[in-house]
Design a protein around this ligand. Structure first.
Ligand code: 26W
Length: 812
């Protein structure tokens, strides 16, 4: 790339002059970001092209990862890391008077996702490229990503995310690769001489899907894959001409706007399916553009259609892109004149599906009338898939009406997307061992009984390049100093660190790095929020979407309880604690917003009370995002993973925090179970109901929150403070809804049930943290086992078991 710093400096200065008409002296940090972006794009151009050519020449099987969300965050630092140019660029910039960290901040944090599912997709792309695998992302280039969160008076306020108002230097618009996507209209059929049926879609509305390609740069290798983000453009030439005649410009503009809405914004809800027509349009837009584009690329290979399933894998990230199934059927049958059976075989062999949640409110289903009117041909195909599927069930299970009704894709006037995804794919996976077991034994039991071979587990992972090497470079360097650098290419080898678990020097160095990270984080919090944090206190971190099942409320009630204890006994012997929160609530999720207000209220009370200062601090950071996570995680001591057991499919924040040496305080839920299995009970704090107990309570209705409230004085005292006159409620009814959910609506998420066990676990942490040697050892053991949660491991499993690809397609 650049042989040395001087070469880089020269190229950089030339860029500034040639493209921005600036000198190193007059350039701002934004200029530096733009010049650097442009320089790097230029540097990767050839490699990117060469990767594509290599794929075509070798006829390598391509994976297309369809996802409505890619929460990629900032790319500059990571791209430099993967290009192995971080050192040269950062030193070169410094010579020229720029600080790379500040230049990095000029890039928008691309928030094209809500949370776990979207960030997972981004980690997967990094691993695919870094492993030299031919896997690409297909997503939507939303004009507005995840909203910006502000707190006003302790309440969440949402502001539009204008991420494109700063230049996004990585994308390349490729109008020549545009495809057309059709909505509405009518379908007529005709018979040919041989009696074959043909379908003709007419009177449709058509939009252009324009791809914007973003390079996905592999770590220290020759691979650059593509994240292709589709943007809508209304091609209105025809309409314009008609409208001009009819003098209907008003209508024309209105119509154009309505089409351009499609790639306007990301739906900001990560657990609740709303059934909105615009969302259905978005989903089909992504699917149709992506499948057409994948088919076009395949056709360039000049192979017979029977080879499609050997050359293309289409993966759907949850059910949101499930219409990949009928869309591919449509293209194969209507455009390529294939018969049903052959098209079906190709489709099911190409498509695979990941489930990310068992929450019933998140399961997608679309009203039949909506699908039929918006996507008439797609609906016909779904109907046919359903009919044939029910017919085959009938043959397999004659007379079992109930089973067939339960399995049907279309029932009660709804199209069930999970059913479509299972029937139309060859692989269905959950995202952690426990989650997959729950799918097989409960949520999807009847499907598992019918297609046992299709179900498998792929425990999630995170990229250790972004989350350890880039976010926590000092720790990465210490690891390399200690065990050598092989862990970078083979993160499983982090277990080599275990040999140092009793090495005083290594343990102390881990502690020093954590301490420095905490200090850096504390200065940043002070500079941006004016709050002073004590870096000697335990940094207790709870960062994720705000949701009832994630139980930020349990954490909040515990802080109220601690506050009460200190107020009763100001000389209470406790390790000082800083509780750090980051969370966005869906705009329409009223209850979650109340919990935000509660935590902000607690922070206000605690941080302004001299009696508890020195022992307790609470900070709720606004606008939790990928870049904020990168700041918080390296500074964390305790990782809060306290979901109601059975509800968190996997979690990935748990993995990021563990990899950075935080110790988990968690329920036996999602991937916590696997963390526990690896590190052992001494190196994780688990508490609370098991998933079986929770599911059994739901089944039997045997839980009574009221009874706990009535018999446990501490629970009652704390919960009452939500509504009785107290420092937190100040006597108004602000938190009545939270109180009612716990006491009158039987505490859906078992907060009261798990409260005592949570308090006890927190007390144990308070105690254990005092012995630094013991604590540092826990940190080391967590880091050492975190390699299992590298997304490289996850992607290798997808590659060999599901997609059947290898580097250079060694796997056949
Ligand atoms: C239709 C509305 C909607 C949107 C998104 C419903 C559900 C979703 C996602 C499936 C929710 C999600 O992000 N799930 C999370 O996926 C992560 C990656 O697998 C897991 O680690 C989390 O446990 C899971 O909650």
């Amino acid at each position: 790339m650049f042989s040395d710093k001087e070469e880089f400096k020269q190229a950089f200065s030339q860029k500034l002059e040639a493209e921005l008409s600036k000198t190193v002296k007059t350039a701002t940090e934004v200029d530096a970001y733009r010049a650097l972006g442009s320089l790097l794009r230029e540097k990767i151009g050839k490699k990117w092209l060469a990767t594509d050519q290599r794929y075509v020449q070798n006829k390598e099987k391509q994976v297309y990862y369809f996802s409505m969300e890619f929460l990629i965050g900032r790319l500059l630092g990571n791209n430099l890391l993967n290009m192995k140019m971080l050192g040269i660029v950062s030193e070169g910039l410094q010579d020229l008077g720029f600080d790379l960290n500040r230049v990095e901040e000029e890039e928008s944090d691309a928030g094209l996702g809500n949370g776990g599912l979207g960030r997972l997709a981004a980690c997967f792309l990094d691993s695919l490229a870094s492993l030299g695998l031919a896997g690409h992302g297909y997503g939507i280039r939303y004009k507005y990503g995840m909203f910006d969160q502000q707190f006003i008076d302790g309440n969440q306020v949402e502001l539009p995310d204008l991420w494109l108002s700063r230049e996004f230097v990585w994308e390349i618009r490729r109008p020549e690769e545009a495809v057309e996507v059709r909505f509405r209209g009518h379908v007529s059929s005709s018979e040919d001489e041989e009696g074959g049926l043909h379908f003709d879609h007419h009177d449709y509305e058509q939009v252009q899907a324009i791809p914007y390609d973003v390079p996905v740069i592999g770590y220290n290798n020759e691979t650059i894959n593509t994240l292709r983000l589709w943007s809508v453009e209304a091609n209105m030439d025809d309409t314009i001409r008609k409208a001009a005649k009819q003098e209907e410009f008003g209508n024309f503009l209105h119509h154009k706007r309505s089409l351009e809405e499609i790639s306007e914004f990301l739906y900001p809800d990560d657990s609740h399916e709303e059934g909105k027509r615009l969302r259905l349009k978005q989903e089909y837009f992504l699917v149709s553009a992506g499948v057409q584009s994948a088919v076009r690329t395949f056709e360039q290979l000049g192979l017979p259609w029977t080879a499609f399933l050997e050359k293309v894998a289409l993966h759907i990230n949850d059910t949101h892109p499930a219409m990949v199934i009928p869309e591919l059927m449509r293209i194969l049958m209507d455009d390529k004149q294939m018969g049903w059976e052959e098209a079906w075989e190709i489709t099911t062999a190409s498509v695979s599906y990941t489930n990310h949640t068992t929450l019933s409110e998140a399961l997608e289903s679309w009203p039949v009338d909506m699908v039929r009117s918006l996507l008439p041909r797609i609906f016909m195909i779904i109907e046919e898939i359903n009919e044939r599927f029910c017919q085959s069930l009938w043959e397999q299970y004659p007379g079992e009406f109930d089973r067939i009704a339960e399995l049907a894709i279309i029932a009660d006037g709804q199209v069930k997307m999970a059913h479509l995804s299972i029937v139309g794919s060859h692989s269905i996976n959950g995202v952690a061992k426990l989650h997959t077991e729950i799918l097989k034994k409960r949520e999807m039991k009847i499907f598992h009984d019918t297609f046992p071979d299709r179900f498998n587990n792929k425990t999630n992972g995170i990229t250790h390049r972004r989350w350890l090497m880039h976010a926590n470079n000092p720790l990465a360097d210490l690891i390399t100093d200690t065990i050598g650098e092989h862990w970078i290419d083979d993160p499983g080898r982090l277990t080599d660190l275990l040999a140092y678990q009793d090495d005083r020097e290594v343990l102390e160095r881990i502690q020093t790095i954590k301490q420095q990270n905490k200090e850096a984080f504390a200065s940043w919090v002070y500079a941006t929020k004016g709050i002073t944090l004590d870096p000697q206190s335990i940094f207790d971190v709870h960062i994720k979407r705000l949701h009832g099942y994630k139980r930020q409320l349990l954490n909040a009630l515990h802080i109220m309880h601690l506050y009460n204890r200190i107020k009763m006994d100001p000389s209470l012997d406790m390790t000082p604690r800083t509780f750090i929160f980051g969370a966005k609530a869906a705009q329409s999720y009223h209850y979650a917003k109340k919990i935000i207000k509660l935590i902000n209220t607690i922070a206000d009370v605690v941080n302004n009370d001299p009696v508890v200062s020195g022992k307790l601090k609470v900070v709720f950071l606004e606008n939790y995002s990928v870049s904020l996570a990168e700041r918080i995680i390296p500074a964390a001591d305790v990782s809060e993973q306290i979901s109601t057991a059975s509800k968190e499919a996997s979690g990935t924040g748990n993995m990021k925090l563990m990899m950075n040496g935080a110790v988990t305080l968690g329920t036996m839920d999602g991937a916590n179970v696997e963390i526990h299995e690896l590190v052992g009970s001494d190196n994780i704090y688990t508490f609370g109901l098991s998933s079986e107990e929770v599911l059994e309570y739901y089944r039997s209705g045997g839980y009574s929150a009221k009874q706990i409230y009535e018999t446990d004085d501490i629970v009652r005292q704390t919960v009452d403070q939500l509504i009785h006159y107290s420092p937190f409620s100040k006597g108004d009814t602000e938190f009545q809804e939270i109180y009612d959910s716990l006491v009158h609506h039987n505490d859906e998420f078992f907060v009261l049930k798990d409260f005592r066990a949570y308090v006890a676990a927190q007390q144990q942490i308070d105690f254990d943290y005092r012995d630094k040697q013991v604590w540092n050892r826990k940190c080391l053991i967590n880091i050492a086992h975190a390699g299992k949660f590298s997304s490289d491991r996850t992607i290798q499993e997808y590659a060999s078991d599901i997609w059947r690809i290898g580097p250079g397609n060694m796997v056949k």
